[in-house]
Design a binder for this molecule. Structure first.
Ligand code: HEM
Length: 221
């Protein structure tokens, strides 16, 4: 991706990702948050978190299926915005829904499975946000970093479960998100199985092995 395209893509992400927050401020300042403002704000922030999470999960399937390759920095931006919205979503629950009543909150976490998985999803997002810098990638090493960041699949599943669990009967949106997540994870699984089958079909033959080893053997005088 050229520098120019990267700047355009990143600018578009900033614009689209900040839109829900601006909408919230606008509706708040014009007193248009509806009959249940807390629920409106919580849902808007929760929806945005889920959409950004799915968008970050969509980048690899996009590359696999349509050869559209977006840089690591784009994925990082989407992930960090998802974390930002998850924190705002959680803050409303703590400060506005429960007025910092820690006992009540703990009871809610234990009693309601959708809160339990929501808290788990947010907790798992923390190490991903903390290790998203280039310095942390270097520090952990690519292999460990990739392993840690596979947590995003678990987070995706927990986030969809959270929504499925809390949604009222007759609301179809959570099933749409669950379907999208299944497609995104399915594409990766398919690619992983295909690569596995290919490497099993082409095991390293003794001749190939010699070719691989040969360069490290010093030439005979
Ligand atoms: C990655 C983390 C999370 C994601 C992706 C997420 C996503 C969502 C979504 C999509 C909704 C439903 C929106 C709608 O109905 O339109 C929602 C609602 C809700 N979430 Fe979360 N959530 C997360 C974490 C949390 C946490 C940590 C808590 C609190 C401990 C929480 C509490 C709630 C509550 C109370 C509602 C229902 C609001 C209402 O209907 O009044 N969520 N969340």
């Amino acid at each position: 991706m050229s520098r120019r395209t990267r700047i355009i893509v990143k600018g578009a992400i900033w614009g689209v990702a900040l839109l829900p927050l601006l909408t919230l401020f606008y509706r708040y300042s014009t007193d248009r948050l509806g009959p249940n403002p807390i629920s409106y704000a919580t849902n808007l922030l929760g929806d945005t978190t889920l959409r950004l999470l799915l968008a970050s999960l969509a980048l690899t399937p996009l590359r696999m299926m349509f050869k559209i390759s977006l840089q690591m920095s784009v994925r990082r931006l989407l992930g960090l915005f998802a974390f930002f919205y998850a924190c705002l979503h959680f803050t409303i629950w703590i400060a506005v829904d429960h007025f910092f009543d820690w006992n009540e909150m703990m009871a809610d976490v234990v009693k309601r499975p959708y809160i339990t998985v929501g808290v788990l999803a947010l907790t798992l997002l923390m190490p991903l946000a903390a290790t998203s810098t280039t310095r942390m990638i270097k520090r952990l090493g690519g292999k460990t970093w990739r392993r840690v960041h596979r947590l995003v699949y678990v987070i995706g599943v927990l986030a969809v479960l959270h929504y499925l669990w809390l949604a009222k009967k007759g609301v179809n949106d959570p099933f749409v998100y669950a379907g999208l997540l299944a497609i995104l994870l399915g594409v990766r699984l398919f690619d992983w199985a295909r690569r596995g089958a290919r490497s099993r079909r082409q095991p390293i033959s003794p001749t190939n092995r010699l070719v691989t080893i040969a360069p490290s053997v010093p030439p005979k005088p």
